[in-house]
Design a binder for this molecule. Structure first.
Ligand code: SF4
Length: 339
């Protein structure tokens, strides 16, 4: 057990956690909404530091990050716990483990061991993913600092519910993030995830301001967030507030967790969302979780730049300086020309 960062001690042994937008005020002996931060005698502890429930070598494309060192591997870790309760969660067995089964399982692994394992596996980066990395922030922070010293990049796959204070602490070590924009209606966040929309929008803008490479994912769930007007609002936000170079991933829903009765997203809905993204001016819109090739095209001349099959890069034609081989227009991203 390790003392938490980013909290403040208050009267009567209470603490106020500043890590995420829930802003929990926690009485002595209690835990926050995420269930993995506990107040013991007026000190807040993280219960998941150094305890991984998953460690895998993944293609970076699986995060998904398609404009960040394409074709490289990312050493991916998670601990149990989440600050959301999404009814469609694809990883509920580990994200909701603490809340539903009152268990904190996992293998002990120090930050040093994680970095060494990533190096042995030939990874370009470490991804904090599968569950919500914000709730294992201290573990990611220590690992990310060591990773940077070892020449590895750091990636968050996140719901974006962290505070700006957390981002300002982490960003010197954070290179990229894929942020879920789960809906563009506050009531949807409230009803289906136990959260609010505005803090996610604030985090996205803060990441851009802090120089983190950002890609956005929207899982399109039939009847929940597939309305054209809502998708237009989301696309406009990405284009106008984050920039047209920001990749937007439209992801197909499959029945999971508490939403096994909802059918998979029709392909026509995904295609319509794809068109909505392009109409908003976005340069890179991808449809994910479908059997297609998520190729990257030059937004200026249409040249095929990166050809993929599933999560695998088959061909990367981007010039080493990160530009299109045909018209020389820069391709947005980090390390895109290394493939
Ligand atoms: S991380 Fe968020 S949910 Fe967890 S205790 Fe802190 S404010 Fe609450």
């Amino acid at each position: 057990m390790k003392e938490a960062m980013l909290y403040e001690k208050q009267a009567d042994n209470r603490v106020h956690c500043h890590l995420c937008a829930h802003g929990c005020a926690i009485a002595d002996g209690k835990r926050g909404v995420c269930q993995v931060r506990e107040n013991r005698d007026g000190t807040l502890y993280t219960l998941v530091y150094g305890r991984t429930i998953a460690q895998h070598v993944d293609p970076i494309e699986k995060k998904p990050l398609l404009h960040f060192y394409p074709g490289t591997s990312s050493y991916s870790i998670a601990t149990p716990g989440c600050n959301f309760r999404c009814q469609w969660c694809q990883n509920a067995d580990i994200s909701q483990m603490v809340r539903e089964r009152h268990l904190i399982m996992g293998e002990k692994a120090s930050p040093e061991e994680i970095v060494a394992a990533a190096q042995r596996a030939g990874c370009r980066s470490i991804a904090y993913t599968y569950t919500e990395p914000t709730v294992f922030f201290e573990y990611t922070y220590d690992t990310a600092r060591l990773a940077r010293e070892a020449g590895l990049a750091n990636v968050y796959v996140t719901n974006g519910y962290m505070t700006t204070e957390m981002l300002e602490t982490l960003h010197p070590h954070l290179d990229a993030a894929n942020v879920d924009l789960k809906a563009f209606r506050d009531e949807t966040y409230h009803k289906y995830a136990g959260a609010r929309l505005q803090p996610v929008l604030d985090s996205l803008k803060a990441m851009k301001r802090l120089g983190v490479w950002v890609e956005v994912t929207t899982l399109v769930v039939p009847g929940i967030n597939d309305d054209a007007a809502e998708l237009e609002d989301a696309a406009r936000f990405v284009a106008e507030e984050l920039g047209v170079e920001t990749p937007w991933h439209i992801s197909r829903f499959f029945p999971a967790y508490e939403m096994t009765g909802v059918p998979p997203t029709p392909v026509a809905t995904l295609q319509r969302a794809h068109q909505i993204g392009l109409a908003a001016g976005l340069h890179y819109v991808y449809v994910g979780n479908v059997a297609n090739e998520a190729n990257t095209l030059c937004h200026a001349c249409g040249q095929l730049l990166i050809r993929r099959a599933g999560f695998w890069v088959l061909e990367n034609r981007v010039r080493p300086d990160g530009s299109c081989p045909n018209c020389k227009t820069p391709v947005a991203g980090v390390g895109v020309g290394q493939g």
